[in-house]
Every structure is written in structure tokens, then in C-alpha cells.
Write a protein that binds this ligand. Sequence first.
Ligand code: PMP
Length: 434
Amino acid sequence: PQMEIPDHQIIAYRKQHLGKSLSLQYNIPIKMVRGKGQYLIDQFGKKYLDTVNNVAHVGHEHAQVVQAGQDQMGLINTNSRYLHENINELAREIIETLPPELSVLHFVNSGSEANELALRMMKAATGAKDVIASEVGYHGNSNACIDISSYKFDGKGGQGAPEHTHIFPLPDKFRGKFTGINTGPLYALEVKKLIDKVHKKGRNVGALIVEPIISCGGQIELPEGFLNQAYAYVREAGGVCISDEVQVGCGRMGKSFWGFQLYNVIPDIVTIGKPLGNGHPLAAVACTQEIAEKFANGMEYFNTFGGNPVSCAIGAAVLKVVKEEKLQQNALQVGEYLKQELRQLAHEFPIIGDVRGQGLFLGIEFVDKKLKPLKAQADYVINRMKDYGILMSTDGPDNNVLKIKPPMVFTETNASELIFHLRKVLKEDFMNAY
Ligand code: PMP
């Protein structure tokens, strides 16, 4: 049998030979060797319940998805310049879920590439390059994506917003610039102010890009009326509206298949990533016929891997499984149950200041009585939950928000298990000595 390489050697090798800014989860990192459904299994055979991975959308290593990839890989994998039914089939599966206005697709390999392409489309469609984006938003790792990601350029190692990026305050009705009810129009006015600022510089606005629930912002649901009004301002100024659905798309919201549908708006461009390939690098951009026409200005769009038959077979299998296993409905039911149970915990433990989110995309915010963020407590919880075999993650500008975004096969029993252990950990001394 093959000798196991000890973890400390794997870590030492990574430190020396892999990118120096790659991070590892947990103080004592875990080596995962298998995935199944909502579970990951480490090298010692310990099973973890995964509440983090919204990429393994229909469950880790779903048999139908694995089979689709394997079968197609053994047949043919080429670029999209040859005819193949798979690319059309995946396009059909996606278009079926979108409003009729969004009927053209481009296939790419990552969320970053999708947003990168969306920005190129914006430039082609509007001639403008100024972008309005949210505070603590993240849209990808490429140059242009980093330039619109306040999460990065306002954080460690960042150098603030570039000249063509304009950031509106995180529309957080719990601890943001405006709090309480009816904050939607107020935050939308912040967008309007940015548009005016761009105009004063003698330029036009190209786009507004925002996630329907701002993930890195700490699972911030957009306040009622915000998106409608913000879209209206941007369109009035000649800009296009981009919905970044990389985290929230493909049924996760429960009530709707796409995040923007929660707010009754129709974007001009939708970017789709993580869940579409269930872990295989596959992403897409949906846009209107009009934008697609303007983007096709004579310059060919070529993407070596984008839309290849293997990726498309996998993507189509993922969307079929979402339908067949009624996973959007599951996200709604289990999500509502979990949210209700978390709200009950918030009654019992005042450290939980807010419970928010939709479907299987929830956030729990830890604060003290003065609403001061409690990061150490959030860290403590995820490390203790790991001891109980439950994987969790934190986020938000103050890293005090627990994010819950499990594979969509997460059950009510899983939710109960999660609540059972959370309640136990919340009673521990550390959680009550702040
Ligand atoms: N948009 C959002 C909202 C994301 O969360 C991410 C990845 N975390 C991206 C875009 C970039 O996707 P990728 O890492 O696949 O390039």
C-alpha cells in the first residue's frame, strides 16, 4: 500500500512551493479524502457535516453528475467551435429557469471569468467603464474583478477603490449606515449619489453589480425596494444592471431559482458560477439579446475550455438533479425550518444579534449588547463545531457572522443536528464571557 505522507510534510511543502497567500482552514488543518452528499470524510474516516460548501450544490460527488462527466470524458472533449449537443442542452436548461429577457449564454470556467466577461459586455453595450458596487462585495480574483471588489481593495493588502469604481455602503439594516425598516430607498439614494458623482466627472455609469444577498458582507439581504430603485437610477443613467449569482443561484434561495427574483427585478446580465458544475470549473453569463448583439462587435469571443462537452454534460446533469430531487423546494423547507430554529436560539442567547438570509443561505451575527461585533466568539464556535464533526465558516467585514450554505441535499435532521450542537456550544463559558 501507498505510504501516507504526514500532514506536517504536506503543510511544509505547501508553504515552500505553493502560493504564499493561499490560506488553510482551521489551526490544525483537515485532510479530506472523500465527499458524499452533505458529508466530507477525513483521512481518519471521521465524517463531517458540511454547512459551508455551496459549490457541491447537489451534494458532494453526486453519482449522476460524476457519471455524466466520466461518460463524456471518455468520448470527446473539444472546444465550442465544433457542433455539440451538450452546449445547447446546458443552455436550454439554464434558459428554462430565467425570464425570457435573458436568453443568450456565454460559457466560461469560473465566477471571476463570468464577471470579467460581464464587465466587457458592459463596456461594449454602454461605452462606459465606471462601475457601482457594494461595500464588502466580492466578485472575483482577476484584475478587473478585484477592482470592483471592496472586500479585497478595502481590506488587507488593498489600496482602496480605483478611479472607475464607486462603492455604496453595505445595505445592512442591522448594523449599517441606515438601520431598521424602510432602508431600501435610503440605500438606493446612495447609488444615485454615486451616479451623480460620475456625471460630475464628465463620465457615464457603465454598470451596477451586486449580489442578491451580499455574501462576503456577512449574508446581507438587500432591503426591500432597494434593488428596484437602484436599477431604475442606473438604467436612467444609461448603465446596465448585473446580478452576481455566483453564490446564491441555482435554487439555493428556496423561494426563487435566482436571487434577483426575490426582489422582482430583471437584470441585464446575470453571472453564474460555483454551483453550476458542482465543483467542476464551469460558469456562465446570461444576458439580453441586445447586449449580446452589441458585444459581438466583430471581435471573436473565444474561450478554450468554456462550453466544452464535458463541462456542459456536468452542468446539465447538475440542473437536472436540482429538478428531479426538488432541491429548490428542499432549500425552502429546510431553510425555513433552520431559520426558525436559529431564531429560537437567538431568543435564548442574546449574543446572536441577527439571523438572516433565504433558503439554504443563512447568516447568524454575533454581537454584544452595544452591537459591537464579536469575532473571537464566531471563531470559537466554528472550531468547537469542528470538534463535533460539523464544518462551518465565518464572514462579514468584522468576521462575526456564521455563514450557513450547505449542499442543497441538507435535511431537516441535519438542521436539527446543527442546532443541537450550536446550542451546546453557545452555553459554554467562552461564549458567555464577553
Ligand atoms: N462572485 C462571487 C459573489 C463570489 O463569491 C466568487 C467566489 N467566491 C466569485 C464571484 C468568483 O468566483 P471564482 O472563485 O469561481 O472565480
